[in-house]
Design a protein around this ligand. Structure first.
Ligand code: ADP
Ligand code: TRP
Length: 340
């Protein structure tokens, strides 16, 4: 069975990305073939342009940042435990077979399928001119998935619609060309039931400017944690852990005993939110310490990371080339007649 997923390099990874997605990708690499890629072509659809409206505090998404975030994403994923011995990690744009397959799929993709997709609809509804890249984004995503004969695609709920579109496109291609060219993938919805809250209590997301990045320096991390919004219950008074973002975040790092112990300190009174924040900081530092250590080594050896991405792309291209050949033959293009 092959598992595949992609993650966009549109910012540095935050705790929401880690607990909501990355940690689960890493768990899945153990027992099956896993392909994970950094979706730089998809990220390209959100590079800033004159009509982009950004919230205050948000950093502009420039071509330089796309390069930087792609490089950092690879280092971060490896540091967090993605193991190239088990999983194939690569950059989406290193596999030209996928963009070629996108065109073949585009020729059988019905407009109404794309018109109902939310990324495009949301943008259009907000009056932002959407371009063809955003409109056809789901077809590129379908090619990403179908190019590797993927069986299972772990994604957040917001991406399930795109997997449905992928299945529709694959079925239509198979039907039109009367062959089982593509494997039909299944979505595996990631467990995001415990939405990770941001420092303002809303869902943590880079579009709300409320994130806690996984790999900030300890000093910056501490400063961010100290900014978590709380109510104004005085130090002496008992507090409710179940309505507090600090406690919700602490639960991600702590075992049941540790959770019960902090909950008891909340309920007893006499503990200020500053203390709870310090407890959260210590827990996060301890939890991510091995990843920080691995990250330091990886960051000191960019050539090694580049080599891993290259080796991943070679493996990915071998598989994608095989599937593309199948698709080309089915639709009458035949094998490529020129190879350089
Ligand atoms: P952002 O909202 O910061 O732009 P993305 O949409 O790039 O994040 O998310 C990448 C992955 O991380 C997705 O699978 C998404 O569902 C997951 N994710 C992001 N934020 C959270 C969160 N606060 N809680 C749980 N999962 C999250
Ligand atoms: N669109 C996905 C997201 O924003 C990223 C992505 C691109 C992806 N191609 C994919 C995810 C293929 C799974 C499979 O999160």
């Amino acid at each position: 069975m092959r598992v595949l997923s992609g993650i966009q390099p549109t910012g540095r990874f935050h705790w929401g990305n880690y607990f909501g997605a990355i940690r689960q990708y890493i768990a899945l690499q153990e027992n099956q073939q896993a392909f994970y890629f950094i979706a730089d072509y998809h990220a390209l659809t959100t590079i800033d342009r004159p009509e982009t409206v950004r919230a205050v505090n948000e950093t502009a998404f420039t071509p330089q940042r796309l390069t930087e975030y792609t490089r950092e994403a690879a280092i971060d994923l490896l540091a967090l435990g993605l193991d190239p011995k088990h999983a194939t990690l690569f950059r989406q744009s290193d596999v030209p077979e996928v963009t070629e397959l996108t065109w073949l799929l585009m020729t059988v993709t019905q407009m109404h399928l794309l018109e109902k997709c939310h990324a495009y609809k949301d943008k259009k509804d907000r009056g932002i001119p959407a371009d063809a890249g955003l409109f056809t984004y789901p077809v590129l995503m379908a090619a990403d998935i179908l190019a590797y004969d993927s069986d299972v695609v772990p994604v957040g709920l917001d991406q399930v619609q795109h997997i449905e579109v992928t299945r529709d496109i694959a079925q239509r291609f198979n039907r039109i060309f009367d062959r089982e060219v593509f494997v039909l993938p299944e979505a595996r919805v990631l467990d995001q039931s415990a939405k990770v809250p941001g420092i303002d209590g809303q869902k943590m997301s880079k579009s709300y400017g409320n994130t806690i990045p996984v790999f900030d320096t300890p000093k910056k991390l501490r400063k961010t944690i100290m900014k978590i919004t709380t109510d104004s219950t005085p130090v002496e008074a008992p507090k409710d852990p179940d309505t507090c973002s600090i406690f919700a975040l602490y639960k991600l790092f702590a075992d049941e005993e540790q959770q019960a112990s902090l909950a008891a300190r909340y309920r007893a009174g006499g503990m200020g939110y500053g203390d709870a924040k310090q407890t959260l900081y210590d827990a996060a530092m301890a939890y991510f310490a091995p990843a920080f250590e691995r990250r330091e080594k990886l960051a000191a050896d960019p050539d090694q990371v580049e080599e891993l991405l290259r080796a991943g792309a070679v493996r990915a291209r071998l598989k994608a080339g095989e599937v593309l050949e199948r698709a080309r033959t089915a639709c009458g293009l035949g094998s490529k007649s020129v190879s350089l």
